[in-house]
Design a protein around this ligand. Sequence first.
Ligand code: GLU
Length: 501
Amino acid sequence: MSNSVRVRFAPSPTGPLHIGGVRTALYNYLFAKKHNGTFVIRIEDTDQTRFVPGAQDYIMKSLEWAGIMPTEGPGIGGEYGPYIQSERKEMYMPYAEQLIANDKAYYAFDTAEELDTMRENAKNSGMPNWQYNSITRTSMVNSLTLPKEEVQKRLDNGDPYVIRMKMPRNQDVRFEDIIRGWVVVNTNNLDDKVLFKSDGMPTYHLANIIDDHTMKISHVIRGEEWLPSAPLHVLLYQAFGWEAPQFAHLPLLLKPDGNGKLSKRDGDRLGFPVFPLNWLTAEGETFPGYKEDGYLPESFINMLAFLGWNPGTTQELFSLDELVESFSLERVSKSGAKFDPDKTKWFQQQHLRQQADSWIAEQVQSDFPGVAIDRLTIVAGLLKERITFLHELKAEADYFFEAPTYFDEKTLSKKWKDNSNALMTDWLGELEKITSFTPESVDASFKAFIQAKELGIGAVMPLFRLLITGKGMGPGIFDIAAFLGKEEVIARMKSGLQKFA
Ligand code: GLU
């Protein structure tokens, strides 16, 4: 399969890219990389009424942030451009005319009012779902019912028309979906879809298959919502005499309770983003994004990969390269994938832990003005397992840079006894004796101290921690002590002892 694999992500710029869309892009990216293929992005903007300014830019920025940029597309380049359908406008009509010439499509002149009347009449006679199809088309105004000269006259006149698919009667359309297996649909259930609109633009269906063909797309990997369109697409490939690409329809992304599709309002309701980046609507409403909420792209991608796919092993943490290595469409499930906000946070925690201490320090440096990067690197290493997001480090790290002013009430009432002051004064005496103040030397001195006192760790260490950090819990206390340095530790001990005298 290598080298011939060409896949595409084909979003319509009708709004911000939902995480389901990013997952589609991700699976395309992974599949392309896995097979040394090419990942293309094509903007499908044939429906001008739904065009949203800024959406295309948002889509590109989202893919860039996620680290899954295509290698062909608008603003990127490639041999098969342009990659925006409105810029390919002139290309489509000759193909539509070819279909008409081959009796696979026809002109339809019915006005919107005539179609409404048809639907209304059908409804009144008990048929609520009227369709323009192989039966009803015989009583409509089109190039199949009008005399040839009349059709030509109307075209010459510039009368508005659409071009419709001439859906064959009672024919089984079959294709093998990589994820779903064989799909068979009888054409009696399909209508004569509009292929070309009266505004001079092709519809999604026509443009999509012409572009997939001319861009040499080998695999169409897209959301399940496009499965009902696939039989029409297969028929179009046949009508043109082209080989169809292979199809893989991805499972839906469901709400956390499994009840229905994940929608943009679920994020608000349940407190998690459903968009990769913040999106500001024309009305001034902001929808939060993963990036701005503090997720790392690594976590976001890892979480998305697992919404519908699994590696078949117990491994859950994957870098993008590892995902490329492990990914296969055969391991994508048919059934909907439930979004899990807790798991999403878990992925974030895990990936944050995997970052180098120095990298974390660099990211948060502006939160710690005046702190040297190597000092911050130590703090990052000590605290990274205790936070979920980088922006939480600042609050968590307060006592590394300032003596505590607040002392944890619970630890205080539970651990601070009548003899604690005397005990800690003795410990202070030991600390003063340490010459080279390292985690190891403080640790050794502490062990000797509790042994001499015949006390357990639990009776002494929490008091020490409380005095120098104000907290009941935290990373290794000897690391903290060494970071603060002998002078600071002693000062904090003294001031605490005065407080709790
Ligand atoms: N333009 C369609 C969309 O917005 C693309 C569907 C497809 O990939 O064929 O999702």
